[in-house]
Design a protein around this ligand. Sequence first.
Ligand code: ADP
Ligand code: MG
Length: 394
Amino acid sequence: MNKKTVKDIDLKGKKVFVRCDFNVPMNEKQEITDNTRIIAAIPTIKYLLEQNCKLILASHLGRPKGEVKPEFSLKPVAKELSRILDKEVIIANDVIGDDAKSKAENLKEGEILLLENVRYHKEETDNNPEFAKKLADMAEIFVNDAFGAAHRAHASTAGIADYIPAVSGFLIEKELTVLGDAINNPERPFMAILGGAKVSDKIGVIDSLLDKVDTLMIGGGMAYTFFKAQGYNVGNSICEVDKVDLAMQAMEKAKEKGVKLLLPVDTKIGKEFKPDTESKTVDWTEIPDEWEGFDIGQKTIEIFKEELKKAKTVIWNGPLGLFEFDQFAIGTNEIAKVLSELSATTIIGGGDSGAAVEKAGLADKMTHISTGGGASLEFLEGKKLPGIECLQDK
Ligand code: ADP
Ligand code: MG
């Protein structure tokens, strides 16, 4: 990585503003249902504590849209963080108000302050310079470790770096190293599996991966637009008629580049959008009217499986079916299982794909599960991430 990290500057005793991604899922009782993102921030926090820093942590949670809403408070995160670290975490009642300012001013070495949700201010997402400066004024150094928000040019992810020296934490370093190595210097054969709901979400990544991979496998809702592009009926399957051209172009590009493009040869279809709907498996060219394609079929699973066995590097983004319904989770689960048994580098990027692997209990069998869905996609597309660009060069 060509950006400075916390290891590249002297942080001893400094007051440090650390942007974390504590955007964790919660239930109606404001209990955290998955603390993965908090755990992912721990290595950087521990290192800064060892350096006797005074830590000011900041994050967004959900989309309060510039208003103070208690259901988006970071208080439960402070509690969970305190439990994990076995250490007091002071919570500020606001972000840049008197409470935050005085608590930040009075911080002692080795103490941790968590600010309230930065998105309580619309200036955060507007990347307002005065707001960014107020955040910067609380500290001496900016450490960005919020990979999940690195594709956003917000005040606390990028704007703040205009006022104080900015470096990355260990999570961002790890994400960039793993994703960067895979994309720029992969051990071959290098394969990608793309799924998820829409072609429009992923066309950028399809296009850039076609420059890099040996094999591209496509499943999920996206596949039906590719079927349509070849003139076949897709029934009620999700299909973006206006993206048929893009699907054609992708197929042509694959041919030109000598990339093996594998589309489903069969699909499991259902009558209605409900968990226990009547279902059956048909060839990809045989989807009847009134039926919807919800998963890849068994023949496709076998073909993908055989291909994957040859891989040395695999990137997977997007579930291969409507995995929220058990009977259509088979493709996603089978492919997750195959990946977990490979001796290849296996990288999962994408919120829902990560959740599917987690749900299948296979998370620890993968080389890396990215903490940033949107950020990892944009990185793989070759886009510049504002939260990374703003950091000091090595
Ligand atoms: P990720 O978060 O991993 O990037 P996406 O957000 O692009 O993935 O897509 C995930 C969603 O796509 C899931 O909710 C899943 O149910 C849906 N999906 C996948 N295949 C289909 C399908 N055949 N029909 C409808 N929805 C699908
Ligand atoms: Mg998603």
